[in-house]
Write a protein that binds this ligand. Structure first.
Ligand code: ZN
Length: 671
């Protein structure tokens, strides 16, 4: 217990809570350095000794296993700062100030807030009042020392490692195909099978020229790739796995297979978003030693492989790589889930008459394991239906109806309210009755008195319970939508359609709006596209969307029209067929009227027997044959045709005719 607190501790501090902050920087410490954790929890007793009741000591231990060098990931520290800032804390307790923060700026910020809110700080050495100059100086020093300590520790360890790596002596985890010998030199794995499979891998890549194709080839031949366990109870053991796309990329990108010893290919850098592993250009690597050990491929081959991979990536298009910018029109990008396998689907665009049409694809398994594409969903129709649904749901009438329902619910709530109040009244009455009964009993009659007292207590508890229920109920009712919120909601409903269909709203903003309403959409291709929409509010909705026919199907002429063209060809020329069909109300695939050209195209495409062939089949004669048959000149026949004195047929829209044969006598009798 503390001998003296130097008069720093006041009643105002005791009125507030005490915050005990506990942290171990690494998970290993959490498991192994349990003594320190115990010491930290023991501080709680000290806070009790100073006068804080046990239940007003709040322990913050969210940060176990998280380093103190930055406040970024430490939720516990953030919470602590917030509580101190709101004046909830009378004292902050920690085993040493370094536990609070190893980062000076975080530490000083905490001190400043403690000073403003008059919060004390306590560690194993004593209590500090931040408003006291000497204490403040001491605390500042402690913070700086602790930051310096971690800096020196780090510098010494890192420096040692880097200089060892520059000499090529730093031992690191080796990938499959390499092991350390007894002199700590890197050698090829003595297991011939391992060597073979690595060699086959690089040869297959050379032959196929793509990581994806290599994976497919490995899977086709059922080849496996080795992996040595680097730690755990199976350390050193060999396992054979199927080759995956990510694994093959790792193998291809690793310079070690070209006999290069390297270190510092990726380095931790501080960025605005916190610390990040950044891949460095080769000049900035800490170590780069070609021909340091035997390689599976040559250095040139390695460079060539990387070049090849880069080219392949270009083939996919830079756009695809830059997809995080997310400017494309695919409405569901990022929130669409495959209904077949449950993976996230990616987006691809197809250009269709200067319009970008999204296609949602489920490719993850295909890329990683060289299997088939899971499913492709044409996005145009899906996007259209989803936006239609949103507009329907958020139109002013629908919202008005929703508010009406809410009012109805409120009315019912009021009815329920009287029920709860009556319950409280009844409990009060029961309690009163029990009290009276207890008061009236003869105190000598102990047995009865105890019984009645117990009953009375029971009734009091019941009354409390009902009262609490009633209070809670009231609170919930207060949370209800107020009138102003209601008018706001109506306003949003009015504006939504306008904003949604405005041409000035970028695809990106539209997608952001969508994400405020919809959690995710799961799609599955069936006879129709089944889309399950999960809303932010927790409700779900299923849409059945007609699949858009592929363009070859769309352009197809309907079978009944083809049949009619076939029948009409018997008696009519194409322009007449077009007129008949148009009159009957038939239209071409694009909604246009039929004309000579479209009918001719249908006849050609569907192999309909031409009129000429049909008439010749029936024995009709050409002009020359007719001339031979009748012994008239061409001019005479044409004149007879114009006068309608012979039976003839028009074959096409051009002046092509065929003539019905007839014997001369008949003809002469006619004239
Ligand atoms: Zn899938």
């Amino acid at each position: 217990m503390y001998q003296s607190d130097g008069g720093k501790l006041k009643a105002t501090h005791l009125e507030r809570s005490a915050y005990l902050y506990i942290r171990q920087s690494t998970l290993r410490q959490v498991y192994e350095n349990t003594e320190s954790t115990k010491r930290q929890y023991a501080l709680k007793k000290k806070a009790v000794a100073l006068g804080w009741p046990e239940d007003s000591i709040i322990t913050i231990d969210n940060d176990l296993g998280i380093s103190g060098t930055s406040s970024e990931l430490r939720e516990g520290f953030k919470k602590l700062v917030a509580e101190v800032g709101m004046g909830h804390a009378g004292i902050v307790v920690s085993i040493e100030v370094s536990r609070l923060s190893r980062n000076s700026s975080d530490w000083l910020r905490l001190l400043e807030i403690c000073a403003i809110t008059d919060t004390l700080i306590m560690d194993e050495d004593g209590i500090y009042d931040v408003n006291d100059f000497n204490d403040r100086l001491l605390l500042g020093l402690k913070g700086t020392m602790s930051e310096a300590e971690i800096h020196f520790l780090h510098a010494r360890m890192r420096g040692g490692m880097i200089s060892k790596a520059r000499r090529g002596e730093l031992k690191r985890a080796l990938p499959a195909g390499y092991v350390y010998n007894e002199n700590d030199k890197i050698i090829m794995d003595p297991d011939i099978q391992v060597q073979n499979s690595i060699n086959i891998f690089f040869k297959t890549f050379k032959r196929t020229g793509a990581a994806f194709a290599t994976v497919r080839e490995f899977n086709r031949l059922n080849l496996k790739i080795p992996k040595r366990f680097l730690n755990g109870f199976r350390k050193g053991e060999l396992a054979w796995n199927s080759l995956t796309h990510s694994r093959s990329l790792r193998l291809l990108h690793n310079p070690i297979y070209a006999g290069i010893y390297y270190y510092g290919r990726a380095q931790i850098k501080k960025t605005v978003g916190g610390k990040k592993s950044v891949s460095m250009p080769i000049e900035s690597w800490h170590a780069y030693m070609p021909d340091a050990h035997p390689g599976y491929i040559t250095g040139d081959q390695f460079d060539e492989n990387l070049k090849k991979l880069k080219e392949n990536a270009y083939a996919y298009g830079e756009d695809r790589k830059k997809s995080p910018a997310r400017e494309g029109p695919a409405l569901l990008q990022g929130i669409i889930v495959c209904g077949k396998c449950g993976r996230r689907m990616s987006v691809r665009y197809q250009k269709n008459c200067s319009k970008l049409v999204p296609i949602y694809t489920c490719m993850r398994d295909c890329i990683e394991n060289g299997t088939k594409v899971c499913q492709l969903v044409m996005g145009e129709k899906v996007d259209e239906e989803i936006s239609k649904m949103l507009l329907e749901m958020l139109n002013p009438f629908a919202v008005k109806a929703a508010i009406k329902v809410q009012n109805e619910l409120k009315k019912r709530k009021l009815e329920a309210d009287s029920f709860y109040r009556q319950q409280v009244d009844r409990a009060k009455y029961d309690m009163e009755l029990a009290r009276k009964r207890y008061m009236l009993v003869d105190p000598q009659n102990r047995l009865v008195a105890t019984e009645l007292e117990a009953e009375w207590n029971q009734k009091i508890r019941e009354l409390e319970k009902h009262k609490k229920e009633y209070e809670k109920k009231k609170e919930d009712d207060l949370k209800e939508v107020t009138k102003t919120t209601k008018s706001d909601i109506m306003q949003i409903a009015n504006d939504f359609a306008k904003i949604w269909s405005s041409a000035n709203v970028s695809f990106r903003d539209r997608k952001r709006m969508l994400r405020l309403l919809i959690e995710d959409v799961t799609v599955k291709n069936d006879k129709k596209i089944i889309a399950n929409i999960r809303f932010k509010a927790g409700t779900c909705k299923t849409l059945f969307i007609e699949r858009k026919l592929p363009i070859c199907e769309v352009r197809k002429t309907r079978a009944d029209i083809v049949r009619q063209v076939d029948e009409l060809t018997e008696n009519y020329i194409p322009s007449e067929i077009a007129a008949i069909l148009n009159e009957k109300g038939y239209r071409a695939w694009n909604g246009n009227m039929f004309n000579l050209r479209t009918i001719n195209r249908i006849i050609r495409t569907y192999g309909i027997k031409r009129r000429h062939k049909r008439l010749r089949g029936k024995g009709c004669l050409s002009l020359r044959e007719k001339m031979l048959e009748t012994n008239f000149s061409q001019a005479q026949i044409m004149q007879m045709r114009n006068e309608g004195k012979i039976v003839f047929y028009r074959v096409t829209d051009r002046d092509e005719y065929l003539y019905e044969p007839q014997n001369m006598n008949k003809y002469l009798a006619k004239i």
